[in-house]
Design a binder for this molecule. Structure first.
Ligand code: SF4
Length: 307
């Protein structure tokens, strides 16, 4: 049995770390990847799509690396479509008795992991439901830098073996930013859905202050999911409570997203970690291969949003 991968594929989220891996591979500093795969939730910020276009045109294409964009649909439209099964986003819930909660996160698996696996299987020549022979696997590169090494995980299937080349070099996020800056890619954005409930105040402010149309879009979506997703409502499992995008569980248009000063932090009795989470949200958006354990631990089910 061969222990060689059939090919090398980069999981390209188009954020700082995976953009760095693509460029290092394209420049020959790291071995060449055969493919880069971007899982499109259909609701990334415009800046991410623009950056991805640039990466493909200026970095991947000249090096002969194909970039595949794969998708399981549009997460925003699916949430608001009563006829569509919806993989739940991690919404902030206010229960009827005033207790806070969160809905279970299924969106990363549905909109990111699943389409990538489908593409890898197709490239291997064993589309689902074909059985992949023992010993046949691909090497999948995942962009995890040294400051977040605890997020490095194995893939959950035998036909994909994860590698984290930034840990081998070893490079931190700052090293990546320096390198991208040297290539003229200093403005590499954070990659995650425009209305991801994991955003911190800094991300919400960035949308509000730089892109009025995208701000209007997330405010409208936030109001539309107040009673849960459309499918759950249509099927009679209406949310017993209210759902919000912002962690304060206040409508986004009124949510306190301005920077918390040291005096306000003291008045609110927030620890430094709480203030940091409020400001920055979940680190580096959502990577399909590096779920945040603590974010998952916060989740609850039973709000009728998991259908
Ligand atoms: S970015 Fe947020 S909303 Fe989008 S798939 Fe990831 S966790 Fe879900």
């Amino acid at each position: 049995m061969s222990d060689q991968p059939q090919f090398r594929a980069l999981s390209l989220g188009a954020g700082v770390q995976s953009s760095t891996l693509l460029a290092l591979s394209a420049e020959g500093v790291l071995p060449k990847v055969d493919y880069a795969i971007f899982a499109d939730t259909g609701w990334e910020p415009r800046a991410v799509y623009a950056h991805l276009d640039r990466l493909e045109r200026e970095v991947a294409a000249p090096a002969g690396i194909p970039v595949f964009r794969v998708s399981a649909g549009n997460i925003r439209n699916d949430a608001l479509n009563p006829d569509h099964r919806f993989a739940s986003m991690p919404l902030h819930i206010l229960n009827q008795d005033g207790r806070p909660g969160m809905t279970r996160r299924q969106c990363t698996g549905e909109y990111k992991v699943r389409p990538i696996k489908q593409k890898v299987r197709a490239l291997l020549g064993y589309p689902y439901p074909n059985r992949i022979p023992k010993g046949v696997f691909v090497e999948q590169w995942v962009g995890i830098s040294t400051d977040e090494f605890h997020r490095a995980k194995d893939a959950d299937v035998k036909y994909m073996r994860n590698r984290h080349p930034l840990l081998d070099i070893p490079w931190s996020r700052s090293d990546c930013v320096r390198y991208l800056t040297s290539l003229g890619l200093a403005d590499t954005p954070k990659s995650s859905c425009l209305g991801c409930p994991f955003h911190g105040n800094a991300q919400w402010r960035h949308i509000r202050d730089t892109s009025p149309s995208e701000w209007a879009d997330v405010v409208e979506f936030d109001a539309a999911i107040r009673q849960g997703n459309a499918r759950a409502n249509a099927s009679g499992s209406r949310l017993l409570g209210e759902a919000f995008l912002h962690r304060s569980r206040v409508p986004l248009s009124e949510a306190p997203i301005n920077h918390v000063t040291a005096a306000e932090r003291a008045a609110l009795q927030l620890s430094a970690e709480e203030a940091q989470a409020l400001e920055s949200g979940v680190e580096d958006g959502c990577s399909p291969w590096a779920c945040r354990g603590d974010a998952e631990a916060l989740t609850q089910d039973g709000f009728g949003l998991a259908t």
